[in-house]
Design a protein around this ligand. Structure first.
Ligand code: ADP
Ligand code: GN1
Ligand code: MG
Length: 358
């Protein structure tokens, strides 16, 4: 821990650090909560960025700084929306490279906020949707060409399918009920993976700045007011389709068992929660949406759940190289959770479409 304290000091040279502990449940980076003896601002977030995933970490930080400045410039003093402040080192760098070449960054802590793993009630669902809508609105006028692509291929479902075929060819995995379920599930849906990319290529859906990873635990709700107040985890802010974002928000919010449940067979997509998330989102986002956007929302919801299942399944086959895991079959079970969720979305297509257009 003393090495991590020394790294935290690069960003907080004046502070007395009293504690550092691992924090949060992110699947990609290593996150630490830094406690200082400061009365005004006791907490900070320190993160070791996963450079196996983000091969251009400076670009990630450039994007985050750009987006943060853009948002700060648009907020008025009365707005309760918050954005983590990126800390600079004494050399005014937005990151620090340690002696082993690990890439570290630090930011202010959004305090007094709830970070949900599962939605507990309809009010929270509305706020989650509102938070995503607010974020989209705040970044909607940021010219996309100013944003770098921090993760090429991210959310391009046909590319994930191609990668899956390649991995499948090179590995031999013991057959089991779960593995066979996964293989069959993907096979039956392989033809439909191009729906969003085709619409994008045809110019039907515009490229906009997006968050990229707006699962519910990246949207923070203020503890007292219960209002959405911040979006964190801005590593994947990049040009893309808002459908990826809305899909990700709904697939994470409407699975009340949570994406880490071992009871994958019981997973369902809750349409009441979906209604609230969509209502919250549309209350603030409808001004910049087109008719085509609405037409493809259902596809986005279904596809992002399937895509995440495909990504977890492929990572399991490849030997768990991308997502952090706690046990060897972790990614397999996570994949089946997303596949069951996809099935539940498909079975409720008519209801979901009705909610979107109501
Ligand atoms: P990952 O990319 O691994 O998901 P995140 O950036 O989402 O990493 O951080 C992991 C967790 O740390 C979050 O789910 C949240 O609980 C917490 N966290 C991260 N940044 C902040 C912040 N600025 N303020 C409050 N909590 C944060
Ligand atoms: C990862 O970083 P985290 O845990 O918020 C992943 C997302 C997945 C999510 C599933 C950069 O998000 O795409 O939807 O896990 N992020 C990246 O929990 O791959
Ligand atoms: Mg996260």
């Amino acid at each position: 821990m003393s090495e991590i304290i020394a790294i935290a000091k690069k960003f907080l040279p004046q502070e007395t650090i009293t504690n550092i502990q691992e924090y949060g449940s992110g699947n990609i980076n290593n996150t630490f909560l830094v406690t200082t003896d400061s009365a005004e601002e006791p907490y900070y977030i320190l993160q070791r960025l996963n450079t196996k995933v983000f091969s251009k970490p400076e670009l990630v930080m450039d994007n985050i700084c750009l987006v943060s400045e853009h948002i700060i410039g648009k907020l008025s003093p009365n707005d309760c929306w918050r954005i983590p402040r990126i800390l600079l080192t004494e050399n005014r760098q937005h990151h620090y490279l340690d002696s082993q070449g690990c890439f570290w960054r630090a930011m202010s802590f959004i305090d007094n906020a709830l970070c949900l793993e599962t939605v507990q009630n309809l009010e929270q669902a509305q706020e989650i949707g509102y938070g995503l809508g607010m974020f989209h609105r705040l970044i909607s006028d940021l010219p996309v060409h100013q944003l770098g692509d921090t993760l090429p291929g991210f959310h391009i479902t046909p590319s994930y399918l191609k990668n899956y075929y390649q991995v499948q060819k090179t590995v031999s995995i013991a057959s089991s009920v779960e593995v066979n379920y996964g293989f069959n599930f993907i096979k039956e849906r392989a033809k439909s993976v191009g729906v969003l990319e085709t619409a994008k290529a045809q110019g039907i859906l515009p490229i906009r700045p997006i968050h990229g990873d707006p699962k519910i635990n990246n949207i923070l709700l203020e503890r007292d007011s219960k209002k959405a107040v911040a979006m964190i985890d801005l590593d994947t802010v990049k040009p893309g389709l808002i459908h990826y974002d809305l899909g990700d928000c709904l697939r994470s919010g409407c699975n009340l068992s949570g994406e880490e449940t071992p009871n994958w067979e019981q997973v369902k997509f809750d349409t009441e929660i979906a209604r609230e998330i969509l209502q919250g989102y549309l209350a603030i986002a409808q001004d910049f949406l087109t008719d085509y956007d609405y037409q493809y929302f259902y596809d986005g919801i279904r596809l992002i759940a399937f895509e995440l299942g495909l990504r977890f399944f492929t990572d399991y086959l490849a030997g768990n190289l991308y997502f952090k895991t706690d046990y060897p079959e972790h990614n397999l079970i996570r994949a089946l959770v997303q596949f069951k969720l996809t099935e539940s979305i498909e079975n409720q297509q008519a209801i979901i479409r009705k909610i979107i257009f109501s």
